[in-house]
Design a protein around this ligand. Structure first.
Ligand code: MRU
Length: 356
């Protein structure tokens, strides 16, 4: 396991390790309401596709709990109670859903929460307990899924000892252990050593601040490079594979992930290096035909103007700041999921139609 907790459910509140403060300090943000969770997702206190899904599930619990508190449940017929809760749940669902648009795990997790049927419960209390258990279960399942992806990935990558990763697809981006970094952790456990090159990942520096922090914390050697050094690294050093996470994998196998992933994939192909994606099945979106159909989050231009309190560009400069890009399926050597290793669009459809 990773040696830190990305999130924890403590006495009915969601505790989040504040990723905006890492690596300088390890601080916890306590979310007591659904709005606290929405703000934390928007501000990227919690980030990474599976992690925002898990956080949103707890946000849903907090939202429904406060809705139930506001209703005078005891004096209401179960029918009107059901109608009011159903209406309120819709608002809660959309408030959480619109926090970040690109990662499909958020929608997936909220749908899982909505699948808990109010009608199957005799009382509001029993329903509230059921959704709380569901959110706890999603978090546990996410960790177990990552452990499985790690094992499948380690089997698949075999003797791989030097890898490049982009952004942070680690314990911090998930319930724990990580997807791309989970595979790296599993390889380290088996082989004893592995060398990781991490891109800094402009503009929010998830690689420099988060990947470097969590790998160092778990004694995995990491070397930091700036994003523009990837080509030179591939030309001059032995890189066995590139491994990254994903925010959404569309029906045709395109991979939507942190801005810069596409560039790394093209460089990998040019240099004959396999480009792997590690992701849970909850990241696979068989409804959306291709990467072109995915809404790419556009973030505040201030993220490119500087970092923290430092601003290094002139005022009123035009700035483009998409948070994600699309790596076409042709550049993806394989996708490692908990269901198995997938190669290309036909494999995705095949695994998707399987009953699990
Ligand atoms: O903007 P972020 O930090 O949420 O972006 C995160 C990524 O792009 C990750 O690579 C992706 O979510 C996979 S995390 C297992």
């Amino acid at each position: 396991m990773s040696s830190f907790k990305t999130m924890d459910w403590v006495d009915g509140n969601l505790h989040l390790l504040d990723q905006t403060k890492l690596p300088s300090s390890e601080e916890i943000v306590i979310c007591k309401t659904m709005d606290d969770v929405c703000v934390s997702i928007k501000k990227m206190v919690v980030r990474g596709a599976p992690a925002i899904g898990c956080a949103a599930a707890f946000g849903y619990v907090l939202g429904v709990r406060s809705l139930a508190k506001d209703l005078n449940v005891e004096n209401m017929s179960s029918e009107s109670c059901f109608n009011l809760v159903t209406k309120g749940k819709g608002k809660i669902y959309y408030s959480l859903l619109k926090t970040r648009p690109t990662a499909v795990n958020l929608e997936w997790a909220l749908k899982q929460m909505q699948s808990v049927d109010y009608k199957e419960h005799e009382s509001m209390e029993s329903y509230l307990n059921a959704i709380e258990s569901k959110a706890i279960c999603l978090l546990k399942e996410d960790i177990n899924t990552n452990l499985k992806i790690g094992e499948i990935g380690a089997d698949f990558l075999g003797q791989c000892r030097s890898v490049l990763t982009h952004c942070n697809a680690g314990g911090l981006a998930t319930g724990g252990y990580g997807t791309a970094l989970g595979v790296i952790r599993s390889i380290k456990n088996r082989l004893g050593d592995i060398n990781v090159f991490a891109t800094e990942t402009r503009p929010l520096l998830q690689g420099a601040r988060l990947t470097a922090w969590e790998l160092t914390k778990d004694d995995i050697p990491v070397t930091l490079i700036t994003d523009s050094m990837c080509g030179a690294l591939m030309q001059t050093r032995e890189i066995d594979a590139v491994i990254v996470g994903a925010d959404r994998i569309t029906a045709n196998g395109d991979v939507v992930n942190k801005i810069g992933t596409y560039t790394v994939s093209v460089l990998a192909k040019e240099n004959g290096i396999p480009f792997y994606v590690a992701a849970p099945w909850s990241t696979v979106d068989l409804v959306t035909p291709s990467g072109r159909d995915v809404e790419i989050e556009q973030r505040n231009v201030n993220e490119v103007r500087g970092f923290g309190d430092s601003v290094w560009v002139q005022e009123n400069l035009n700035i483009f700041n998409p948070a994600f890009d699309v790596t076409p399926v042709e550049y993806v050597s394989a996708v490692i999921t908990e269901r198995g290793v997938i190669r290309g669009r036909f494999d995705i459809q095949k695994w998707g139609n399987h009953e699990f």
